[in-house]
Design a protein around this ligand. Structure first.
Ligand code: ASC
Length: 159
């Protein structure tokens, strides 16, 4: 009885896609599923963009320094970064979808995920700067975060 329970639990863990999601590439099974995957990953990126906007404005001096907004937005970007890899697991290359994603996303998924990790790290750092109300370093911290967006776009986004 106990043995059966253990092997059942083990089987559940081993077949769970969640535990391994970061490095799994899963081919989309239909055009409908591929289109949904494109829609969802765009939604995540749009949310990053909407949170990045005010930060960019602050770095450029177009928007007044605001540590609360910086804290909130950097925390959101960190969280969105933590889910971003999961939203790119579905490989849509086989289908005729309208996407800015380069094929390299699925050909070089480890590098793609490593660039996402850079964004998560930079967002975490910006949050620290915001919480410390460190007004000498926030522009650089925002710039460093923006640079991680650019590094990924340069390689993995069609222009
Ligand atoms: C933004 C935004 C991006 C990045 C990128 C950084 O604010 O919408 O896609 O920063 O421009 O280079």
């Amino acid at each position: 009885m106990k043995k059966a329970l253990i092997s059942l639990t083990l089987a559940a863990i081993l077949s769970s896609p969640v535990a391994l999601a970061e490095n799994l590439v899963k081919e989309a099974s239909s055009e409908k599923q591929a289109n949904a995957a494109v829609q969802f990953r765009k939604a995540v990126l749009q949310l990053v963009r909407s949170n990045m906007g005010p930060l960019g404005g602050m770095a450029k001096g177009q928007i007044e320094y605001d540590a609360d907004i910086m804290n909130t937005n950097s925390m959101r970007i960190e969280q969105l970064g933590l889910m971003m890899g999961d939203y790119f697991v579905t490989d849509t290359r086989k289908f005729n979808v309208k996407t800015d994603a380069e094929d390299k996303v699925w050909e070089q998924m480890d590098d793609f995920n490593s660039k996402i990790k850079d964004m998560v790290t930079a967002a975490g750092n910006l949050q620290k700067v915001a919480l410390a109300e460190d007004q000498d370093n926030y522009r650089k911290a925002i710039g460093d975060l923006g640079a991680t967006c650019k590094a990924c776009h340069d390689k993995f986004k069609k222009d």
